[in-house]
Design a binder for this molecule. Structure first.
Ligand SMILES: NC(=O)c1ccc[n+]([C@@H]2O[C@H](COP(=O)([O-])OP(=O)(O)OC[C@H]3O[C@@H](n4cnc5c(N)ncnc54)[C@H](OP(=O)(O)O)[C@@H]3O)[C@@H](O)[C@H]2O)c1
Length: 358
């Protein structure tokens, strides 16, 4: 089969003909149908976004058709359309450890341990390939997906699921005011869609790319675009003005930024008893004042990846029409030319993403 191989960070991604994966205990083989290529994939392969176990077939997430299932796997059945989460846990209740397969990412404190090394050694597998062997526990069957049919758009399910988990953690109530910092990005756009589906009363989509913000605003009259001017106080005031009051919830979905100012504008915009959930890729320290968290009774939470149950809940929202993906644009691509596809993924912005059709 054809697959994208990463020999080591910085070596570049190669298209290679490799042996088809062979079924083994605990696993299932999928024919990949559509896989999102995140905008920062090239940066990740260069090693600037954390360690990655190599050599590996690259790629996380994706929608596939299950071709074969080991006799001890029951999460999926042959013929199912399923989501590959790539999110593998030891399942040890006392001290769970989590890794991402075919990608960077170790959960918790992000530290390699014998358990995380073993998981990434046994399951050295990714989804930027015609076929993938995945642990059964990382697969979520999507009943009805054949009828839905739009596998390209379904490739956005991993991002939607991460965003949904953050929205769940925020305990957003119907009618609530939500600020999405980085609303102009893909994760931010996903967070806007999930907040709307959960009944947000108003959503401030905050970012620099006005075209992306305006597109979101055109999807639903509850969305207000807020163009960041790069000044913490002015940005916070603009968010509060756009929402018609202080935010109940701030979701931060920014990529790496040179300062924490925009994140902190989202913090400043929160009202009494507000909740802030961090789900982006910001690499800065946050200057948070103890007294402000205490007096405003603010909840600050992090959100990394998501439970399979959340992925299934998002699929139910999509299949029932509560979550409409027609506002999400797909740029289709094939495995043939990795460098061009990575360029395109980097250049694609807003609620648009590159979907590989392996
Ligand atoms: N929590 C999790 O489990 C999880 C899972 C997957 C990804 N992530 C994280 O999510 C982050 C966002 O991913 P994505 O796919 O949404 O990326 P993306 O589409 O590239 O969006 C990046 C966002 O960050 C903003 N941004 C970037 N540089 C900025 C700067 N210097 N100043 C102000 N804003 C800036 C962009 O604003 P403009 O476009 O308006 O410039 C855009 O809103 C990633 O960094 C990743 O680490 C987290």
């Amino acid at each position: 089969m054809k697959a994208w191989i990463l020999d080591e960070p910085g070596s570049g991604v190669r298209l290679q003909e490799v042996a088809d994966p062979r079924l083994r205990s605990g696993g299932a083989i999928l024919r990949m149908l559509a896989v999102q290529v995140p905008g920062y994939t090239r940066a990740l392969t260069e090693g600037t976004r954390g360690g990655i176990a190599t050599p590996t077939v690259l790629g996380i997430g994706g929608i596939g058709r299950v071709e074969a299932v080991a006799e001890d796997v029951h999460t999926v059945r042959p013929g199912d359309i399923a989501l590959c989460t790539g999110f593998l846990s030891t399942g040890r209740i006392a001290h769970p450890e989590e890794v991402l397969l075919g990608w960077t990412g170790i959960g918790g404190r992000g530290v390699q341990t014998p358990a995380t090394d073993a998981m990434r050694a046994v399951w050295r597998t990714g989804t930027f390939a015609e076929r993938a062997l995945m642990p059964g526990s990382t697969l979520v069957a999507l009943p009805g997906a054949d009828e839905y049919g739009d596998f390209d758009r379904l490739a956005f399910l991993p991002w939607l699921t991460v965003a949904a988990s953050a929205v769940e953690k925020s305990e957003l109530a119907p009618g609530g005011r939500v600020a999405v910092i980085g609303g102009s990005g893909r994760m931010g756009g996903a967070a806007v869609l999930l907040a709307l589906a959960r009944g947000a009363g108003s959503v401030a989509a905050v970012g620099r790319n006005t075209a992306a913000l305006d597109r979101l605003a055109a999807l639903d009259p509850r969305v207000q675009p807020v163009r960041s001017v790069g000044n913490r106080r002015a940005d916070a005031e603009a968010i509060v003005a756009a929402l018609g009051g202080e935010a109940d919830v701030t979701l931060d979905a920014l990529g790496p930024t040179p300062t924490a100012d925009l994140t902190m504008a989202g913090f400043d915009a929160l009202g009494l008893d507000g909740a802030m959930v961090l789900l982006g890729g910001v690499q800065q320290d946050l200057p948070i004042v103890y007294n402000e968290v205490m007096r405003r009774r603010i909840t600050l939470r992090g959100s990394w990846m998501a439970a399979s149950e959340t992925a299934y809940a998002v699929w139910r929202q999509i299949s029932s029409g509560v979550l409409d993906l027609r506002g999400v644009d797909v740029v289709p691509a094939t495995l043939d030319d990795p460098a061009t596809v990575l360029d395109r993924a980097e250049q694609t912005s807003g609620l648009s993403f590159v979907a590989l059709r392996p």
